[in-house]
Design a protein around this ligand. Structure first.
Ligand code: ATP
Ligand code: MG
Length: 174
């Protein structure tokens, strides 16, 4: 058996993709490992995880890059430029090679909406250093991303409180 940097994908329509990635970050940090999180799409202004990371800037790198992201905005070139910027940040973290775990939260949408070339993403991931685990989250992971990953988990939506009229709650959903 060998050890290597795992490329993991959390996909599917069920809740828990980002949550599970944060759990991995918690685990790695506990061992004194370096962690970076890049969030490509920002849904809410401040999540518990963002706020916690702000209190421990020396412990983990937390980048929220997708401010104002929309998929059908009046000016899609703006969104593409933002996606590219965010991707370049992620790429620089891979090239630098200092972190043990890199979370690319909601990266799948960059591929799905063709905001960054899939080939470019695959090549950068392929070149990651052997000690670096990468976790990608998001619905609709592409076939090629899945083919290139070592670990793929699909969150299956069986029940979600939203459908009972229960709204997203602080501390549980964000
Ligand atoms: P989480 O961040 O809670 O782990 P996720 O990363 O799996 O969720 P996303 O696709 O990123 O899911 O969606 C984020 C938001 O949408 C969260 O507030 C989450 O509660 C909500 N959500 C996720 N899955 C569902 C679902 N199946 N039905 C309704 N809302 C959902
Ligand atoms: Mg998510």
């Amino acid at each position: 058996m060998e050890s290597k940097g795992i490329l993991a994908i959390h996909t599917g329509n069920g809740k828990g993709k980002t949550t599970a990635a944060l759990g991995l970050a918690f685990r790695a940090l506990g061992h004194g490992q370096k962690v970076a999180i890049v969030q490509f799409i920002k849904g809410r202004k401040s999540t518990g995880e963002n706020k916690l990371a702000d209190q421990f800037p020396q412990l983990l790198e937390f980048h929220v890059t997708g401010r104002g992201f929309t998929w059908n905005s009046a000016d899609p070139s703006q969104d593409i430029a933002r996606a590219r910027e965010a991707w370049e940040l992620a790429q620089s973290i891979i090239t630098e090679g200092t972190v043990n775990l890199l979370v690319l939260d909601e990266l799948t949408y960059l591929v799905k909406y063709k905001m960054v070339a899939e080939e470019e993403i695959l090549q950068a991931l392929e070149k990651r250093p052997p000690h670096m685990h990468v976790v990608i989250t998001g619905r609709d992971a592409s076939e090629r991303l899945i083919a290139n990953a070592d670990l793929v988990t699909e969150m299956k939506d069986i029940k979600h409180p939203y459908r009972q009229g229960i709204s997203a709650q602080q501390g549980f959903d964000y």
